[in-house]
Design a protein around this ligand. Structure first.
Ligand code: B12
Length: 206
């Protein structure tokens, strides 16, 4: 896929300095931070494609991840709002076996910005950890991030374990490949493919 956007292509080419200066430039020009995130995500998808085709190796994946982290550090203050009072608790984590967290962290930032108290369990999160956090916080919503297709079965098991506890919480899955079909298969209540979906879904739940 040919990338037409300069920022998307800079991250795909792993041009760290160019990425950071373009992010700053666009913020200064008034581009919405979410639009900038979408371009970064587009570039990261291309990094993934190149990795799949054997053009990039693990070192390039790691490098792309580092560039993305630096770009997010610039964007973070612009993504978080000035909410004073919490609208409620949300538990979130990347499912067991999966350590991808850049996307999840953006979701966390946006939810915080929208006024929720987010309990972030980190990555590689097993069922018990989700269950304990939901019990403790009585969170009406739990978010699960997944990027590895191999972790789908594990996610299904985590959801079944939460349901078996009879907890009154809505389960929202999200990640790069999930869709309605995956949602039905794993037994989640909602599915989202970008960070603003998470906020829209939260508005419906709360
Ligand atoms: C960077 C990266 C890494 C980094 C991660 C660094 C980090 N701290 O996260 C590192 C180098 C560690 C890594 C490792 C691996 N990776 Co990797 N990685 C990627 C890459 C290139 C980008 C991911 C990313 O950060 N995207 C940018 C963010 C902003 O987007 P996002 O994650 O999709 O998140 C957005 C949405 O999905 C959504 N979202 C995310 N979570 C949630 C949750 C909720 C509730 C909601 C509503 C929404 C939501 O909102 C976010 C913001 O809009 C992807 C390619 C791709 N197409 O995704 C491969 C990719 C995910 N990796 C892949 C693979 C194979 C691996 C490894 C197995 C490689 C290896 N041989 O070791 C390991 C696995 C490690 C593990 N156990 O998890 C494959 C997975 C293939 C598959 N079918 O499962 C991909 C798809 C690459 C590819 N095309 O082959 N990876």
């Amino acid at each position: 896929m040919a990338l037409t956007d300069q920022l998307a292509s800079a991250i795909a080419e792993l041009e760290d300095e160019k990425v950071l200066s373009l992010v700053k430039e666009r913020l200064d020009a008034g581009t919405s931070p979410l639009e900038i995130v979408a371009k970064l995500q587009e570039g990261m998808t291309e990094v993934g494609n190149r990795f799949e085709q054997g053009e990039y190796f693990l070192s390039e994946l790691i490098m792309a991840g580092e560039i993305m982290k630096d770009a997010m550090a610039i964007l973070e203050p612009h993504l978080q709002g000035q909410q004073q009072e919490f609208k409620g608790n949300i538990v979130i984590g990347t499912v067991k076996g999966d350590v991808h967290d850049l996307g999840k962290n953006i979701v966390v930032m946006l939810l915080k910005g929208a006024g929720y108290n987010v309990i972030d369990l980190g990555v590689d999160v097993p069922a018990e950890k989700f269950i304990n956090a939901i019990k403790e916080s009585k969170a009406p919503m739990v978010g699960m991030s997944v990027l590895l297709t191999g972790c789908q079965e594990g996610m299904k098991d985590i959801i079944a374990a939460i349901r078996a506890e009879g907890l009154d919480t809505k389960i929202v899955i999200g990640g790069n490949y999930v869709d309605e079909k995956v949602r039905q298969y794993v037994g989640a209540d909602y599915v989202g493919t970008n960070a603003s979906d998470a906020v829209k879904i939260a508005e419906q739940i709360f």
